[in-house]
Design a protein around this ligand. Structure first.
Ligand SMILES: Cc1cn([C@H]2C[C@H](O)[C@@H](COP(=O)(O)OP(=O)(O)O[C@H]3O[C@H](C)C(=O)[C@H](O)[C@H]3O)O2)c(=O)[nH]c1=O
Length: 179
């Protein structure tokens, strides 16, 4: 046992997962998910849908959540690097509207578990990023919602690194600001 390191952070429920790498002259092997180890470390949920997206440098996808069938997500990067952000939207949470960001990359191999009740998004820092994640509920297009990436009420510190404006879908450019 023990092929993963789990780190809880100061927003309850968010977990950083670091798989153990087994390298040899052929290359490497690592487990990327293990139901029992994850359950024993605060990720006691089942996943029903896997997604993958590819994005170019400067793309920002988010901040998304579902108002019905809220999706918990276990996210990781297969190629490149992103800055991944989760925002606590759980009613009554002591960290309501607080956010946490983390660099996920194919080199640090970190995974980020984001429970149901959070908005999620990421900014692509490398030329290309392939993003892969598991969801705890199915996609529910009729109940998609979102927050503006730069909503002053959130104050997310994106590593824009000179980028004036990330590249957004029309949907992501037009979420309603928090009142
Ligand atoms: C999410 C999703 C999308 N789609 C279709 C709907 C659109 O025709 C197309 C692109 O969808 P969208 O622009 O919403 O994709 P993203 O901007 O990557 O959305 C995701 O971005 C952030 C980072 C998230 O955390 C969510 O998983 C999700 O909202 O794929 C599906 O058919 N199934 C799905 O589960």
């Amino acid at each position: 046992m023990g092929n993963f390191k789990f780190t809880q952070i100061d927003i309850e429920g968010l977990v950083i997962v670091e798989p153990k790498l087994f390298g040899d002259e052929r290359g490497y092997f690592m487990e990327t998910y293990h139901e029992e180890e994850f359950k024993n470390n605060g990720i006691s949920t089942s996943f029903v849908q896997d997604n993958q997206s590819m994005s170019k440098k400067g793309v920002l996808r988010g901040m998304h959540y579902q108002t019905r069938n809220p999706q918990g997500k276990l996210v990781r990067v297969l190629e490149g690097e992103v800055y991944d952000v989760a925002v606590d939207l759980r009613k009554g949470s002591p960290t309501f509207l607080k956010w946490h960001g983390i660099h996920l990359s194919c080199t640090n191999r970190k995974q980020f578990f984001i429970p149901e009740g959070f908005a999620h998004g990421f900014l692509v820092l490398s030329d290309v990023a392939v993003f892969s994640y598991k969801c705890t509920h199915f996609y529910d297009p009729g109940h998609e919602s979102g927050l503006l990436w730069n909503d002053p009420k959130l104050g997310i510190q994106w590593p824009l690194d000179g980028l004036v404006q990330p590249s957004l879908s029309d949907k992501d450019a037009n979420w309603k600001p928090l009142s």
